[in-house]
Design a protein around this ligand. Sequence first.
Ligand code: LMR
Length: 394
Amino acid sequence: MLNNLVEKPQDKILALMDTYKADTRQSKIDLGVGVYKNASGATPIMLAVKAAEKLLWQNQETKSYVGLAGDPAFSNCMIDLVLNGVVSQDKLAAVATPGGTGAVRQALELIKMAGSDTTIWLSNPTWPNHLSIVKYLGMSLAEYRYFNSETGGVDFNGLLDDIKKIPAGDVVLLHGCCHNPTGANLTSEQEDQLIAVLSKNGVIPFVDIAYQGFGDGLENDARFTRKIASQMPECLIAASCSKNFGIYRERTGILIAVTTNTQQRALTQGNLAFLNRQNFSFPPDHGARLVTMILTDKALHKSWIQELEETRLSMINLRQQLANELRQKIGSDRFGFLASHRGMFSKLGISSDLVEKIRTDFGVYMVGDSRINIAGLNLETVPLLANAIAQIIK
Ligand code: LMR
């Protein structure tokens, strides 16, 4: 039986982690997988998470099952964090999922159950795993333009032209904030224009929000998602706690469905619980419980906000430094967009040959599409990276 298996393509981001580990050069720089690193290169456990874990260890009395949808307290506080009351509770269905990826997967399965011929429209480029999961589920897939490699910004005219062509009932996957991999984001006015087209044409938005708090702050980063949720009759939202709570391996996420009425809400909730049961039964609880404790306890919440804000500002700082260094080294503003991009990532817009060259010659590891993880940098490595980029583009 197992002989019949065919080899699967390796995820390019995860494959890069292995190649980086195997490189013995001291000077190597890891700008691959999206994990936050502080100035000393560590991915620390946030203070609020550590404190919540301690409290949990002291007070938790059972590890018995919770419920197929996870703990309702987790859903409630995550719905508050993402939507802040813009949609009434009686229209919202939600299930806890294993990470944001689990939420993406469950959302796509839900869409498939609701109509097997629905096409999923993805931004070009998008997080490679979006593409991979849609293909794996055998769903139809189409792309809309998103990025202008020349300017390093959003190709908004191209995007709007493509979005206008999407037929009613199809689903468009949008990044809530901090677009992965480009780092280029829509302005508030552009968001409004986009929503107006979706609304007019009856296209269903599916928002993946994995970096809330990493761009312009917790509230600003939720702006687009909140507008969509409050203005569109139906939408799906996959939210991740991996990055903003730094609990990557705990696999904590949520899938929220905005429905049109209470009857549809109940139907959707039942289907979501069914899907959880089929795929993994009960969702992981540890990370979700920590998040709930942090979001509902004043002191933990304050500590979390403070650390998250420090993390966010350190990334903005690194962005500015890198843009400045590059301006000095190459004598042009070609990479000025790095300072205005937001989130962990930026796409440099250099060719895959140059990505290969910078890896071979300088030990700089970035994803093949020239995505860099800004949080993989520090004050010492910024000039080294700027120098390496300046050398290879000469
Ligand atoms: C990334 O894009 O690097 C992260 O979302 C991690 C992952 O799972 O790919």
